[in-house]
Design a protein around this ligand. Structure first.
Ligand SMILES: [Zn+2]
Length: 325
């Protein structure tokens, strides 16, 4: 993995800053790929601790190895209990922050899901982030920048992580031994996110889900057919967020197809399907449908009534499709 990360300059630039002692004590990594967030935050922790730091961490010294094995007393990941750091846990973190390091002269706190913390927890963090002890570094892993308080953001060095390329993803997915058809779909629909690609690769229902979404795109042509698709979606509440990702990727691919800007080399089977679909939708309809996906996702995040969200989503899909005929 380190070879892949070295293909861009992020780690190299950070290593310069570490050597010159200029690195900010608050680092915010931003990506919608959990895999990228975890990988980069671990590498940065290693670089801060490494005994032989070059352009990246050496991967061999005691510090690097301890971090690799999740076994370094001065590198701590939060949250420890739930999915998101709650206010009580933040109070603990702040307490821990003022205890000097055990093994080394630095201490690193990696805060996962940092954008999901409530405002109270973020505000508790803020004071320590404003004037951290000299030995302390915070790495905030952020998937949704808009949820982070501006005061917290302004205290951090923000780093936008690049998406992985198709080639890099293929390397990372080798272990799953996917057939070429399934691999293609996993690559198309995970949209440069290795975390999502790995989830799809292990999901036995993934192929069916893609087929269901494409069937809906192709065949839900009239409101009389809505119930058939809605009743299936009512049962898929837990996977609807992923279904939406696949759905909106189809819209994106059809926009590429219509504007002839597709850079993906698709197999004949998928290429034919997308060519047929592209004929059925106008460009404004596809843009409208993309926006509908965002709206449906927002409703999902706000815990709006699920079945109503599905009804509205399918209805607006048909509306867009017919409006631009
Ligand atoms: Zn090292």
């Amino acid at each position: 993995m380190i070879e892949i990360l070295k293909e861009n300059k992020i780690l190299e630039n950070l290593s310069k800053e570490i050597k010159e002692n200029k690195l900010s004590h608050g680092i915010m990594l931003i990506s919608d790929d959990d895999f990228a967030l975890t990988t980069y935050s671990t590498e940065i922790a290693k670089m801060l601790m490494c005994e032989n730091l070059q352009n990246c961490a050496c991967q061999e010294c005691l510090q690097c190895r301890k971090i690799m094995h999740n076994n370094h007393a001065d590198v701590v990941c939060y949250p420890k209990v739930k999915n998101v750091i709650a206010t009580e846990e933040m109070l603990e973190i702040v307490n821990e922050a003022y205890k000097t390091p055990f093994e080394t002269n630095k201490k690193i706190f990696i805060l996962n899901n940092a954008s999901e913390m409530n405002n109270q927890a973020q505000n508790k963090l803020l004071k320590t982030l404003e004037e951290p002890p000299l030995y302390l570094y915070f790495i905030l892993n952020v998937s949704n920048e808009s949820k982070v308080l501006p005061t917290v953001k302004s205290r951090c060095r923000k780093i936008y992580l690049p998406k992985f390329t198709i080639q890099q993803m293929k390397e990372e997915l080798k272990e799953y031994n996917l057939s070429s058809d399934v691999l293609e779909d996993v690559l198309i629909f995970s949209n440069g996110s290795i975390a999502l690609a790995k989830k799809f690769a292990q999901d036995e229902t993934f192929v069916n889900t893609v087929n269901f979404v494409l069937d809906l795109w192709l065949n839900m042509t009239h409101s009389s057919l809505m119930l058939k698709y809605a009743s299936k979606l009512y049962l898929k509440k837990n996977s609807f967020e992923d279904i939406l990702k696949i759905f909106s990727k189809v819209a994106e691919l059809l926009i590429y197809e219509k504007t002839k800007t597709n850079k993906l080399q698709l197999s004949t089977k998928r290429q034919n399907q997308f060519s047929i679909l592209a004929e059925q939708f106008s460009l404004p309809a596809l843009k409208g449908i993309s926006e509908n996906c965002i709206t449906a996702n927002e409703r999902l995040q706000r815990n709006c009534n699920y079945n109503i969200t599905i009804d509205m989503f399918l209805m607006s899909f048909l509306e867009e499709k017919n409006k631009w005929r």
